[in-house]
Design a protein around this ligand. Sequence first.
Ligand code: CA
Length: 225
Amino acid sequence: MVRLLIVEDEPKTAAYLKKGLTENGFVADLVHDGDQAVAFATAGKYELILLDIMLPHRDGWSVLAHLRSRGDHTPVICLTARDAVDDRVKGLRAGADDYLTKPFAFSELLARIHTVLRRSPQRAPDSIRAGDLEIDMARQRATRGGRRLDLTPKEFLLLSLLARNAGNVLSRTVIAEQVWDMNFDCDTNVVDVHVRRLRSKVDDPFSQKLIRTIRGVGYALDDEE
Ligand code: CA
C-alpha cells in the first residue's frame, strides 16, 4: 500500500481527492492547513505528498521549504489554482517533484503520481538484474555477462527504466516522460534514436537480444535467462 498525504484546505476538493485516491488503492491522510501539513509530514511516513499552495497558517511554499531544509526528500506534487509559469518554476526550484494547475482531470493527477513514484529514489533498488544484465544503481554502472557496458547517462537511465520494468511493455510516451521529462507533446522519435544506440551497446555484441520492439507501442526488456 502506498501512503499519501493530501494537503488541501478547500473541503470539496479535499474530499474528492481523498475519495478518488482511496478508490485507486492508495492510503491517504488528509490535512487542511500548512501547520498540520508540516506536523503530519514530519511524523508520518509518506511516499508522496500532494500539496496545495494557497493554505491557511503557512502556505505550500513554506511547507515545502521546511521539509527540504530538514533533509526530507519525500516526493511532492504541488497543486495550485494559479496558472503562472513563474509559479511552476518557483515550485520546481523549491524542490517540488511536479506541479499541477487546478482544475485538473483526476486521470492526469493519477498519471503524475505514478510517474513521480516510479522516479522516486527511495523506492529504487540498489541493483537490478535481468538475465545476464546487471545494473548497479549506486555506481551507475551496467554489465552484461560481467562485461562493462559503456553507456551515456541517458542510455543508463533508459536501460535501468526498461530493466526495472522487465517483461512489461513501456510505451514511447512513458519512456520519454521518464527519461527526458517530456510531459507534454513529446517527440517520441528521440526514444527510437536512443533505443537504437542503446541496442548497439547492450544487444549487438551478444547473441541473446534483451530489448524487444513492440510495433506501434514501444519497447520491452526480456527478463528470461
Ligand atoms: Ca487552497
